[in-house]
Design a protein around this ligand. Structure first.
Ligand code: HPA
Ligand code: MOS
Length: 749
């Protein structure tokens, strides 16, 4: 195969770059109102757990402007859920989380919606909720079975270990904080048809759930996604709920119906990144080599399964991160609580497994009084040996040792580590900390059948080209990458190729744009289609006996009745995974990276400042370096929010207190590391499209270096304590730890 790379590998601007800045890009809420359009909203449970004693809508129905009100009785079916269908859209007799919709409202305007909510008589009897992982474990309230990945005999190896440490690592959740809230606009077509415009990562899931709950065929439902204003996993499974509500209204009233959550509602009612609570025991030698690791992962799944079992599976396959551990046992249990069902969020369990492991490495180093980077490097996966994961997949083309060494040199780790020690020895007001951590992120959906995609490429008589795939554009630039791939494959100018709106009418049975694999899968399918068209064109050209322009070739092919359209398909090769044995090859390859962060802490207020972060990744040969740089920076900053400031606070009754930007703190421009570098090594990945690697999620995990740097800093004043702290390391959390150490220091003195 001769490779022609004209556009692949270059900084082609994002296809919406201009539109996003000028405001030309349309989101669901921006679309002009349609004639007769209704406002859709819902009344949601104010309690985390409650019995429904009665629903009286008589008065609400009389409110002027109210067109219709719906309960579970108005649905043909009431179960949804991406893995198992255990979630009712509208509860029958018991509400199981705060924010669960009970009544769907269709009205002429927002004022009528508000009045209708006031006029509803919904008689709820509050029941005792389960709101924490501890409560769920005590009540044995779980979703599915505990699962295992095991190699060797961790218990025996722990008993024989020179040193053993144990502890519990606790991380909080994270709100997706996409700028565009959940939204859908549905209008009825002829007969039973519904056209659903949805802000979703997963048009096929929306199509399937709308059809099922309304009792119509999937063929009657067309779902279109032009773009999303961010998604981050939050629209992988939970865009279905608003879409079905609007579809129910559109189908029964035969009028267009639009639902757009406001920000506070969105934060209250949707699921988040999973909080975890992980108990670990680790055995190691006096030089810090890990000999045994036993980790028991518990996540807060919320009220229904949603994607929690798959998220837990990814946490489990990332629990050892970048490190070879001969004897290991990983257990994973999803807790059922009365929280909104927690869901996919960039990293999908990976960050929770990896942060637990990086915390352990920090503790081993502190305990042995060795440099944490030396401990990490001593345990890093090898290139030829020590390169098999606990689930028996071999880590091929391992660049981790190189990434560790190169970043160590580039960021002058040794000099700065010495400077941090010197600073802490003399500063009465501040503390510094430094940490260099790694990420090894498995690329592929951890559910084998999801690793497929199809694409449609149409060449028109003037030589212009349309490409349609199941990939959804959420700002990540997948459409631009597909455009580059197709232009190169057809050998046409980029301007001739347009990527069309994502629609279930053109691409059927697609997977969510998720697992960082949107460009891998859909790009692979688009290349397959384009390659077969180009092969036929080459044949037409050969018959001419001389080079022919693309435009002329298209006309010749048409006259020769050679088809000028093609449907491509891609299925990720080599995958094989078996839960019963906890063994196999769940991933096609790994995206790898290292991150080093230095932090400054005010010893009197706990205020945290990130002084410097350097990231070095192996992302293969990027299809679009500029877009990938954006992904790296965005992911790191989002990870920084998770590990430092984004604190979900609840009342004892389970009411979210931090439900708006005034109380929920995502990073802003002033929070960025004062010095910040993002780089990657030159490294081909021939097994994937264009030699590239997936970049959406992996770099988020390099921000764990910030949390480890905080732990490192606190270790200087913890009087021999392992400086245990929660994630996120908020200023408040840091201040509480400092206060605790100061009190203990005073007691000792
Ligand atoms: N990532 C995202 N979504 C998924 C996955 C995954 O690994 N598995 C199933 N759904
Ligand atoms: Mo994602 S968290 O794989 O949408």
């Amino acid at each position: 195969m001769t490779e022609t790379r004209r556009y692949v590998g270059t900084d082609v601007p994002h296809d919406s770059a201009r539109g996003h800045v000028t405001g030309e890009s349309m989101y669901i809420d921006d679309l002009p109102s349609l004639p007769g359009e209704l406002v859709v909203d819902f009344f949601w449970s104010p309690y985390a757990h409650a019995r429904i004693r009665g629903i009286d809508l008589t008065e609400a129905r009389r409110v002027p402007g109210v067109v219709a009100l719906y309960t579970h009785e108005d649905l043909a079916h009431n179960e949804l859920g991406p893995i198992i269908h255990d979630e009712p859209l509208l509860p029958v007799d018991v509400c199981t989380f705060r924010g669960q919709p009970i009544v769907v409202i269709a009205a002429e305007n927002a004022a009528a919606v508000r009045a209708a909510k006031q006029a509803m008589r919904i008689d709820l009897e509050e029941l005792p909720p389960i709101l924490t992982i501890d409560d769920a474990v005590a009540a044995k309230s779980f979703i599915g079975e505990t699962r295992y990945i095991r190699r060797g005999d961790a218990e025996t190896a722990l008993a024989a270990a020179e040193h053993v440490l144990e502890g519990v690592f606790v991380n909080g959740g994270q709100d997706h904080f996409y700028l565009e809230s959940q939204a859908a606009l549905v209008y009825p077509g002829e007969h039973d048809a519904l056209i659903v415009l949805s802000s979703t990562q997963h048009p096929t899931e929306v199509q399937e759930v709308v059809a099922h709950l309304l009792g119509i065929d999937m063929s009657q439902v067309v779902v279109q996604t032009k773009r999303m204003g961010g998604a981050f996993g939050g629209k992988e499974a939970q865009a279905t709920h608003p879409a079905v509500m609007a579809a129910l209204v559109a189908r029964t009233t035969r009028r267009p119906a639009r639902i757009v959550y406001d920000k506070d509602t969105d934060m209250h009612v949707t699921g988040k990144r999973h909080a975890f609570q992980n108990r670990y025991r680790v055995g190691f030698t006096r030089t810090g080599e890990i000999t045994a690791y036993k980790v028991d992962l518990y996540s807060d799944g919320g009220a229904y399964a949603d994607l929690s079992p798959a998220v837990m599976a990814r946490a489990m396959t990332h629990a050892e991160n970048a490190y070879f551990i001969p004897d290991i046992e990983i257990r994973g249990t999803v807790c059922r609580t009365n929280m909104p069902p927690n869901t996919a969020f960039r990293g999908f369990g990976g960050p929770q497994g990896v942060a637990t492991m990086e915390n352990v490495l920090e503790e081993i180093a502190a305990y042995l009084k060795r440099d944490p980077l030396d401990v990490r490097k001593a345990n890093c996966y090898g290139v030829e040996t020590r390169n098999t994961t606990p689930y028996h997949q071999v880590v091929e083309n391992n660049t981790l040792p190189r990434l560790f060494t190169e970043l160590e040199e580039r960021c002058e780790y040794r000099e700065r580590a010495a400077a941090v020690r010197a600073f802490n020895a003399q500063s009465p007001t501040h503390l510094k900390g430094l940490a260099l951590t790694a990420v090894k992120f498995g690329i592929s959906f951890n559910t084998k059948f999801l690793n497929q995609a199809n694409a449609l490429v149409n060449v028109y008589l003037d030589g212009s080209v349309q490409v349609s795939t199941g990939a959804t554009e959420m700002g990540q630039g997948v459409n631009t990458k597909i455009r580059q791939l197709v232009a190169d494959e057809l050998r046409v100018p980029l301007q001739r190729v347009v990527v069309m709106v994502t629609s279930t009418e053109k691409n059927n049975n697609t997977s969510a744009t998720a697992a960082s694999s949107g460009a891998d899968l859909n790009g692979g399918a688009a290349v397959d289609a384009a390659r077969r068209i180009r092969a036929r064109m080459d044949e037409v050209e050969r018959k001419q006996g001389r080079p022919v322009s693309w435009e002329h070739l298209v006309k010749l092919a048409y006259q020769e009745r050679v088809p000028l359209g093609e449907r491509g398909f891609y299925a990720t090769p080599r995958l094989d995974w078996d839960w019963t044995s906890g063994r196999g090859t769940p991933f096609l390859y790994f995206t790898m990276g290292t991150g080093c962060s230095e932090v400054l802490i005010d010893r009197f207020t706990g205020e945290l400042k990130v002084l410097r972060s350097d990231v070095l990744m192996d992302i293969g040969r990027p299809i679009n370096p500029g877009i990938d740089r954006g992904q790296l920076i965005g992911a790191f900053v989002q990870g920084m929010g998770w590990v430092t400031t984004e604190d979900l606070r609840y009342t004892p009754g389970g009411e979210l207190l931090s439900h708006s930007p005034t109380t929920y703190k995502i990073p802003n421009i002033n929070d960025l590391p004062e010095a910040f570098s993002m780089n990657w090594i030159e490294q081909d990945n021939p097994i994937n499209v264009g030699g590239s690697k997936a970049v959406g999620e992996p770099p988020l995990l390099t921000a764990i270096s910030i949390w480890c740097a905080v732990k490192h800093a606190l270790g200087f004043v913890s009087n021999g304590d392992l400086a245990r702290l929660r994630l996120p390391a908020t200023n408040e959390e840091i201040l509480m730890r400092l206060t605790e150490y100061a009190k203990r220091g005073a007691a000792v003195a």
